[in-house]
Write a protein that binds this ligand. Structure first.
Ligand code: PAF
Length: 278
């Protein structure tokens, strides 16, 4: 694996790369979820480029930027072992020079769900992802379904702004107890880690109920809420049933493919998860 740290050195390499180029981006804190994206990219791309950059612009002032569990050495070794060909690790000043003054801002979809709790978060994501797309120039870019809203925001941006890139999504990777893998799981204490399994259990119970024919959105939402309430460590940010593309909240009957998603705080840790009802 070749590691490059400047945009210029990536550009020099780029002219010699075999297409299709698949991009697997990460903030760091690499885990099996990211590595499953590398596996997916390897299936249909000649060159796998990964991007390792802890993007400050997608963290709010009271969020976990300063403690985010990104260990460069460990991340590099995991990505290399899994078969990444080129890894770009830019510095913050390379990406955001002192005169940097642009924002890529999408509309309504970025204000819902996570956007309503984390103002400005998706502006930070769309700005860095646009820059990353322009720098790396991949043919395909791989994102996990665990960050369902991020995936849809990026799909919308690619469509609205005509990026010539195919966005490929990969299923959420879970541990043996169903907890969705996330870099933030490292923050959880043993007790919090235990109770974090209620997230997926709640989603699964609701999904089973839906599959048995329940279409009342209040009832389906409530199944998840009741499961989360079993833990005194969990504080619910939202449990949402929304249109799976626009993410607009559904009330009444569920009649089309629907994203059942949730966000909670367990202690100080913000966790999200989702399943698709269809
Ligand atoms: O999902 C992430 O890890 C980040 O939001 C991304 C896409 C790498 C942008 O910084």
């Amino acid at each position: 694996m070749e590691i490059v740290r400047t945009i210029e050195s990536y550009r020099e390499l780029y002219t010699h790369l075999q297409h299709p180029i698949g991009l697997v981006p990460t903030l760091g804190g690499v885990h099996e979820g990211h590595l499953s994206l590398v596996d997916a990219a390897k299936k249909d791309c000649e060159t796998i480029v990964s991007w390792l950059f802890l993007n400050p612009k997608q963290f709010g002032p009271n969020e976990d930027l300063n403690i985010y569990p990104a260990e460069e050495k460990e991340d590099v070794s995991l990505l290399e072992q899994r078969g990444v060909n080129i890894l770009l690790i830019p510095t913050t000043t390379e990406i955001y020079p002192s005169d940097f003054d642009s924002v890529i801002k999408l509309g309504k979809i970025t204000k819902l769900l996570e956007g309503s709790r984390r103002p400005g978060h998706f502006d930070g994501v769309t700005t860095i992802v646009s820059k990353m797309f322009n720098i790396i120039q991949p043919d395909r870019a791989y994102f996990g379904e665990k960050d369902a809203q991020q995936l849809r925001v990026i799909q919308k941006m690619v469509k609205d702004l005509n990026f010539p890139i195919e966005i490929v999504s990969s299923p959420t990777i879970r541990d043996s107890e169903g907890l969705a893998l996330s870099s933030r799981n490292k923050y959880l204490s043993v007790a919090e880690r235990h109770d974090a399994t209620f997230l997926y259990q709640g989603l699964l119970k609701a999904k089973v109920c839906y599959e048995l024919g329940e279409r009342n959105s209040d009832i389906v939402r409530n199944i998840v809420i009741q499961e989360l309430k079993k833990s005194s460590l969990i504080s619910i940010d939202y449990v949402s049933l929304s249109d799976h593309q626009t993410l607009e909240e559904i009330s009444g009957e569920i009649s089309s493919p629907t994203l059942l998603s949730l966000a909670v705080h367990i202690g100080k840790t913000h966790l999200i998860d989702n399943v698709l009802l269809q």
